[in-house]
Design a protein around this ligand. Structure first.
Ligand code: SAM
Length: 279
């Protein structure tokens, strides 16, 4: 019988067939463990018949898991060889399922052949946060998701104000909804084995708290605050709030934020209030 998911033997055979040497630059670490794939699909709560967006399907490990669960999958892959092979792999291993492959850079894609409601992906490590933010801006149909990212990045996305790892990604992510750690994944389920372990991060979208213009202004303030995270806000934000520490102090006062505080203490709503006070 033809297996329905990719194990170590299938991963090896496919890589050999395509003459693929996984590259670090594209974060190519392929999952060769069917149990991990089924756990991700289950954690994501994928429902039969729904449209799921996958970024970086690679050799198809997770794609096949999503199709097995009855999802219709839109998969965006930057590597041409992988994008071209995927429909063949799916036709052999899971005929009769619905897959659309888009050969493109997930950081640039602005149109998809469908309206995905859920994101499920094992993201390329070096671009995981920019990819997530890009997708959340451009695809409002995405209501929730589960992504696998390197552990440090995942904990940062889900961090609360005041914690050591709370940073720009944590605040920006919070603009779009709630984030949580949904599980750990050992590095041993990947080929090649990466240097770090991974986590599953879940998000549920909430209504955005402001307009798109306010988001852009807020994100610029967040970036400035965390570029100099050890400095007090009246100094760190002087460049983006009027050009001097005095000007920044008066904006912060209008927003009800102590000018001596630091970015790591503020919530996303605090940053939005600063952006509104600066107008
Ligand atoms: N989903 C597969 C799995 O779980 O085995 C592969 C995951 S691998 C960590 C990341 C995948 O993302 C690779 O297939 C890589 O080619 C692809 N990728 C890297 N950068 C990308 C980008 N900017 N846009 C789309 N795909 C990208």
């Amino acid at each position: 019988v033809t297996p329905r998911l990719l194990g170590p033997a299938e991963i090896r055979d496919l890589a050999q067939l395509l003459d693929v040497t996984p590259t670090k630059k594209l974060g190519q670490n392929f999952v060769h463990d069917a149990n991990t794939v089924r756990r991700i699909v289950q954690t994501a709560g994928v429902e039969r018949g729904e449209t799921v967006l996958e970024i970086g399907p690679g050799l198809g490990s997770l794609t096949l898991g999503l199709l097995e669960a009855g999802a219709s999958v839109i998969a965006v892959e930057i590597d041409r060889r992988l994008a071209e092979q995927l429909p063949h792999t799916v036709r052999i291993m899971q005929p009769g399922t619905e897959l659309h492959v888009v050969h493109d850079d997930a950081l640039r894609v602005t149109e998809l052949p469908g309206e995905p409601v859920r994101l499920v992906a094992n993201l390329p490590y070096n671009v995981s946060v920019p990819v997530l933010l890009h997708l959340l801006v451009h695809f409002p149909s995405l209501r929730s998701g589960i992504v696998m990212v390197q552990a440090e990045v995942g904990h940062r996305l889900a961090a609360e104000p005041g914690s050591k790892i709370y940073g720009a990604p944590s605040v920006k992510a919070a603009w779009y909804g709630r984030w949580r750690i949904a599980g750990q994944v050992s590095r041993m389920v990947f080929w090649p084995v990466p240097n770090v372990d991974s986590v599953l991060v879940g998000f549920e979208r909430a209504d955005v708290p402001g307009t798109e213009a306010e988001r852009i202004a807020t994100f610029a303030i967040i970036d400035a605050a965390f570029q100099q995270r050890r400095k007090m806000l009246r100094q760190a934000l002087s460049g983006v709030l009027g050009g001097s520490s005095a000007a920044a102090t008066s904006v912060l006062a209008r927003a009800g934020i102590a000018p001596e505080s630091r970015g790591e203490q503020l919530t996303m709503d605090d940053f939005l209030r600063i952006a509104r006070a600066a107008r």
